[in-house]
Design a protein around this ligand. Structure first.
Ligand code: ADP
Ligand code: ZN
Length: 724
């Protein structure tokens, strides 16, 4: 059995190894048992139901909350050779009845549906006429009112067990407290389910906290250091999201905003552009989340302090789903605590307010305490991280160092202890730095032994320290209206030397490995990787799917490292299964061969380049004679005429022209395409937005233009035209 599963894993998905828990879950489902799996984002849950559904007779039904993702999920599954369809309100009646027909004729391995559908007349009856091999409930926490994302529609799923007593049900979620877990299991009536609680550790994520200063410049600086890769920047307010996106765009970064204040169309368009690698950066509020299925997000940066650690974990979790090294950076400034506190203090319910406050201090601690970031995050989920050094955060790697501030803390707290009543912060600091104000004299505080002991530091230093002592619960504001400062039990421990007061600061002289964790991802040939990426973009555009559906970055990296030049070699690349090999193997091999022909030095000694086959099915770039092409363009010939003269397919010709544009060459578009045509295409692009796919543009233009021509015009648009 085990051997067979491994065989199917390679055949369908192209992987040689299961990720933790995957094999067990697949095995349980195949044996007809229910499964309840709590897996972090990027844990690889889709495979857990896709694999058993694909290799057993009958159809697997997947319940997924986001209509916007269904198409991509289905495209992805189909690309693996799995017969998948979806049913949701976006489908036309005709398309819908097609799907029903396929379902009833047993032509589907997987059917994706939204939970609403279970409430619709006749849906369950239709399902019961078909052999169903499993139900997979994605984002199952939406079922529970105790969860953070309750959706009443999910309650329709309670009917499944009764109607299909013999079919195994698998529930998946990335967040589940005990309460939510019991709730889900009860509502779905799971029978002694196989329980998986995967570790929430994400070993490929590197965590770093940086002091927040001029945040927009800092963000720009960061993005410029990571120009070629995709990332998410979270900001708290919509205003900051818009301003940051504009600022980045002004500096030539392909960035778009995402927040609940934008129209639905705009949000979808921006998200789509991000998913399709058309832009590098999405600047977003936390409204941006569930809809991202992109596996190659290389960094998640928080420009502001998140409200709690749970949110921080979920948001950073969107980085590196493909398992490649990715970076999570939090810009942390004390001002953010004050801002968030302002809102929290206005929560009416005292209990809720308290919880919100505790959570806020939890994130502040995360940023502030000299403890491994990973350990702190995992501890939040009740998970113990055993290793002393995680090797994947700024604390463990030594980018920051622990400083013992116990002495200063003691000075400050001793002043607080000696004044005997609750005095305001400024008064305490006056004492410590030896400032004999009228108030100090009046209380005779200039006679205290603590008076002036802290002259070596300035007022700002003491303010910051006092704030920190407050956040770490060593000092607190007294409840009297004057708001004086008093010591806490914890503060006393530090004051009497039973506990140290440690803080974090940047390690001096230690040059930070700014890009290190991300750079290791691109171990292959970078230029080839870029070319393969371009090729993937073109293929994705043609097929109207997001690029990652074709191959993940990881697969392209692996190709640019292993340089496969034969089908057999290509098939060995992790992530290249049978269906993908058949569909894309030849085109990618061709690209690699051409690259090797142009860069013979890239191949390691002992390996010979295989000469590119000039087959008709695979457009060959070098098939276009550049000299002749330039001459024909100067002569003012149209695209079709040039194609004919050079005996080159139109598509091959436009690709060559696109490559010329990439190299910064200007093209006589008006003669190539015709002025009227160019204007019409440009107008449509302006109407639909630059992120509209070529396929869609072709449709909108009424099918009068060859997509290759549209793509060329699109590509030739000057980069300075605003993206929106
Ligand atoms: P989740 O839904 O749990 O967030 P996905 O199912 O989207 O995660 O998987 C995340 C990524 O990991 C995808 O790119 C997927 O192809 C990849 N993946 C899943 N299983 C494996 C495996 N066994 N080996 C390598 N990559 C895998
Ligand atoms: Zn660590």
């Amino acid at each position: 059995m085990t051997a067979t599963l491994e065989y199917h894993l390679k055949r369908i998905f192209g992987y040689t190894q299961f990720r933790p828990n995957q094999r067990e879950i697949v095995g349980q489902l195949l044996a007809g048992h229910d499964v309840f799996a709590v897996m972090p984002t990027g844990g690889g849950k889709s495979l857990c139901y896709q694999l058993p559904a694909a290799i057993t007779p009958g159809t697997g039904v997947v319940i997924s909350p986001l209509i916007s993702l269904m198409k991509d999920q289905v495209d992805g599954a189909r690309d693996l050779g799995i017969r998948a369809e979806y049913l949701n309100s976006n489908l036309t009646p005709a398309a819908m009845s097609d799907v029903y027909r396929m379902l009833e004729q047993g032509e589907l391995d997987l059917l994706y549906v939204s939970p609403e559908r279970f409430a619709m007349d006749g849906f369950l009856t239709t399902l019961s006429r078909t052999p169903i091999n499993l139900f997979a409930v994605d984002e199952a926490h939406c079922m529970s009112e105790w969860g953070h994302d309750f959706r009443p529609d999910y309650l329709n799923l309670t009917a499944i067990r009764q109607r299909f007593p013999a079919v195994p049900i698998a529930a998946f979620t990335a967040t589940a407290t005990r309460k939510v877990q019991d709730d889900i299991a009860g509502r779905l009536q799971l029978r002694d389910p196989f329980l998986v609680r995967a570790s929430f550790n994400r070993p490929n994520l590197y965590y770093r906290v940086e002091p927040k200063g001029k945040i927009r410049e800092q963000l720009l600086d960061f993005v410029e250091q990571h120009r070629d890769v995709a990332g998410i920047i979270y900001r708290t307010s919509r205003k900051d999201v818009d301003a940051t996106a504009d600022f980045l765009r002004c500096h030539g970064i392909k960035a778009l905003p995402y927040h609940a204040g934008l129209s639905r169309e705009e949000r979808e368009r921006n998200q789509d552009a991000f998913n399709r690698d058309e832009i590098n950066v999405i600047v977003a509020t936390i409204a941006f989340g569930m809809g991202i299925d992109k596996s190659n997000v290389r960094y998640v940066v928080h420009g502001d302090l998140p409200k709690n650690l749970e949110g921080y974990y979920q948001e950073t979790g969107r980085a590196g789903r493909d398992g490649d090294p990715s970076l999570c950076v939090l810009f942390f400034g004390r001002g953010d605590i004050v801002k968030l506190r302002y809102f929290i203090d206005r929560i009416e319910d005292a209990g809720e307010r308290d919880i919100a406050r505790k959570k806020l201090y939890g994130v502040a601690d995360f940023a502030d305490q000299p403890v491994c970031r990973r350990r702190q995050l995992l501890a939040y989920f009740g998970e113990d991280y055993p290793a002393a050094n995680c090797g994947g955060c700024d604390v463990c790697v030594g980018e920051v160092e622990k400083a013992d501030e116990s002495r200063s803390a003691q000075m400050l707290m001793s002043a607080v202890a000696r004044v005997r009543a609750a005095f305001p912060a400024d008064h305490i600091i006056d004492i410590v730095i030896g400032n004999d104000t009228a108030a100090v004299r009046h209380c005779r505080h200039h006679d205290l032994p603590t008076f002036g002991v802290g002259r070596e530091h300035d007022r700002d230093y003491w303010h910051a320290l006092l704030q920190l002592l407050r956040e770490r619960d060593c000092l607190r504001t007294d409840s009297d209206p004057a708001g004086g400062i008093v010591l806490t039990a914890k503060g006393k421990k530090v004051l009497f030397g039973h506990e140290k007061f440690l803080i974090l600061r940047p390690a001096p002289g230690k040059k930070r490995a700014r890009r290190a964790p991300v750079e290791t991802a691109a171990a292959g040939n970078h230029d080839l990787f870029e070319r393969l990426r371009q090729l993937r973009r073109r293929l994705a555009d043609d097929a109207d799917v997001p690029p990652y559906v074709i191959f993940s970055d990881k697969v392209l990296t692996e190709m640019s490292r292993a340089l496969p030049q034969r089908q057999r070699e290509m098939g060995r690349i992790s992530g290249v299964g049978e269906a993908k090999l058949r569909k894309y193997g030849a085109v990618f091999i061709e690209e690699i061969r051409q690259f090797l022909e142009e860069h013979p030095d890239v191949l390691p000694a002992g390996r010979l380049p295989i000469m590119p086959a000039r087959s008709r099915s695979v457009p060959s770039r070098s098939a276009v004679n550049d000299g002749a092409l330039a001459q024909l363009m100067t002569d003012g010939l149209a695209l079709t005429e040039i194609a004919e003269t050079l005996r080159t397919p139109l598509r091959t010709l436009t690709r060559r022209l696109e490559a010329m544009l990439d190299q910064g060459r200007e093209l006589p578009l008006d003669s190539l395409v015709g002025t009227a045509a160019r204007l019409e295409i440009e107008r449509q692009i302006a109407l639909s937005g630059r992120h509209e796919s070529v396929t869609a543009l072709a449709r909108q233009l009424g099918g009068t233009f060859d997509p290759a021509v549209i793509r060329l015009v699109k590509k030739a648009l000057p980069a300075v035209v605003p993206l929106r």
